[in-house]
Design a protein around this ligand. Sequence first.
Ligand code: NAP
Length: 286
Amino acid sequence: MGARIIDGKAVSTLVRSEVKEDVEQFIAEHSTSPGLATVLVGDDPASHVYVGNKIKACEEAGIRSIHHGLPADVSQAELLSLVSELNADDAVDGILVQMPLPDHLDQDPVVAAIDPSKDVDGLTATSAGLLAQGRPRLVPCTPLGVMRLLAEADVEVSGASAVVVGRSILVGRPMAALLTNASATVTVCHSRTRDLGSVCAQADILIAAVGSPHTVEGTWVKPGAAVIDVGINRTDSGLVGDVDFDAAVERAGAITPVPGGVGPMTIAMLLRNTLAAASSLRRSAA
Ligand code: NAP
């Protein structure tokens, strides 16, 4: 095995303890803690686990969580009305609507209704536009976590050739924007990319956010490259990423495992974003 393993669990523990300290300072200054509202529609077991983990992580960091569980048959109007109440509530600094929503609900208007200053998932058009313009405010948690992993692994981003496989609003696009803002030369690939392997082989930094097991082959990895695997795929043999880890680890300079790589960073950055939103809201109120 050649590559250094980038330990996302250790980095996420570090970020969470930093946030906890910063929250203590926030409470000392403002006599209140930052508040995150979580909205969960329906009974999807995986979503319940995700939201439960986020609430637990908030508690550990000293962040208040305000949970709203809505029935699976809630109407679009009722959901939008809750978002608008949360926008107006001074005790709420961040709003997280757990996706996916049940089929009868339209996700886009719900995201659009979130006040961008409370958009801790960084999914509104305002957040995405500011990031694309190089003046980010609240940035999607997973790509933000990837940037922290690269920094902790001492990967030089400025001037590097970076390839991002995937162009979703949640991961691929904000990832490409963050790398561009950090002065990498960025190529974004997707399902129509021709000869994906030869594009990946140019990458000093290779990010896989595809959602299909082992799409990125070991021979596509440039020797010495940093490989970040965002994918989380449930298979019969357990959780695997989008990269063929066993082959890629032989060529990469540094690589994230799945699990234990990018996954733990997402919640840590959600805590960071909630504190950032709370601090910025207090500054604008002052
Ligand atoms: P997504 O919305 O389904 O987007 C997948 C992207 O991959 C699309 O842009 C798609 O291209 C591209 N793609 C699909 N098959 C491809 C192929 N064979 N070759 C090249 N590109 C291909 O998924 P996502 O939300 O970005 O998530 C990606 C993965 O990250 C999933 O496994 C997800 O579970 C995981 N994830 C992990 C975390 C975490 O906390 N670690 C957070 C979020 C997501 P088109 O645009 O052309 O369709």
